[in-house]
Ligand binder design. Structure first.
Ligand SMILES: [Zn+2]
Length: 243
């Protein structure tokens, strides 16, 4: 049986605290990390793991849901510190993670920065700078919809495009746990769909929510907002009905 834990990784930006929630999935045999935080946060990640009594030296796989900077910011550092960890993503996303294609987020920010003013423009400019600072990283294997991520097949990939093309989520069958990446968010208003401000295709994102709502679900962990605390199955069905 796999244990799934969400880790809090924090940075202070523009005077405000921002938090993301990479997840660690582990049993006696394997340890799988889903997304890996902002740039330069690997030390923070390691101390969080230590606090949770997780021995990161057992890390053998890193799954990347998509190439946004807050998900792959520390990926190269992880690969350097844990060279035996195999990096997995969708084939679509791998092209951006490896740098074969320029970041979609970078391109969209560059395309709209001249239409922005004041604080928003400064914010976009800062984003562009951060995204440019993220180092490319190799991807060792591609995962497809329903394909096993863990050796025993209990942890699988679910294609959930919309937020970005090729975005994937991770589902742990035995504990009915869904790690949704940015396909959903937990906010002060509860479980929500992909954030429209940062989503490339809202219709596709809606279809992905409907697809996820057909899974048996006990736990949902979102990258932004962390674990949903109420009845997850009811909440995702309700969210799917609203799409
Ligand atoms: Zn994202």
């Amino acid at each position: 049986m796999f244990t799934v834990k969400a880790v809090n990784i924090k940075i202070i930006k523009d005077g405000a605290e921002q938090v993301v929630n990479p997840s660690i999935i582990y049993n006696d045999d394997e340890m799988i990390l889903v997304d890996c935080g902002y740039p330069d946060t690997i030390d923070q990640f390691e101390s969080e793991a230590k606090r949770l009594n997780i021995d990161m030296n057992r890390l053998n796989k890193i799954v990347i849901t998509h190439h946004d900077w807050d998900h792959i910011g520390s990926l190269r550092d992880f690969k350097e510190r844990y060279p035996n960890a195999q990096i997995m993503s969708s084939a679509v996303q791998a092209e951006y993670i490896t740098g074969e294609k320029p970041s979609l987020r970078l391109e969209s920010l560059i395309a709209k920065i001249d239409t922005l003013e004041g604080k928003e423009k400064d914010f976009a400019a800062q984003r562009i700078e951060i995204i440019r600072s993220v180092e490319d990283c190799q991807v060792d294997s591609y995962v497809e919809d329903n394909e096993a991520i863990s050796k025993d097949g209990d942890v699988v990939c679910i294609d959930t495009p919309g937020h970005m093309p090729g975005h994937i989520s991770v589902y742990v069958k035995s504990s009915k746990t869904l790690i949704a990446g940015d396909a959903m968010n937990v906010t002060e208003h509860g479980l929500r769909g992909a954030n429209p401000l940062f989503t490339f295709d809202m219709e596709e994102a809606s279809r992905s929510i409907q697809k996820m709502s057909n899974l048996e679900i006990e736990r949902i962990i979102c990258y932004h907002g962390g674990e949903y605390k109420n009845n997850s199955q009811v909440a995702i069905k309700r969210l799917a009905d609203k799409q």
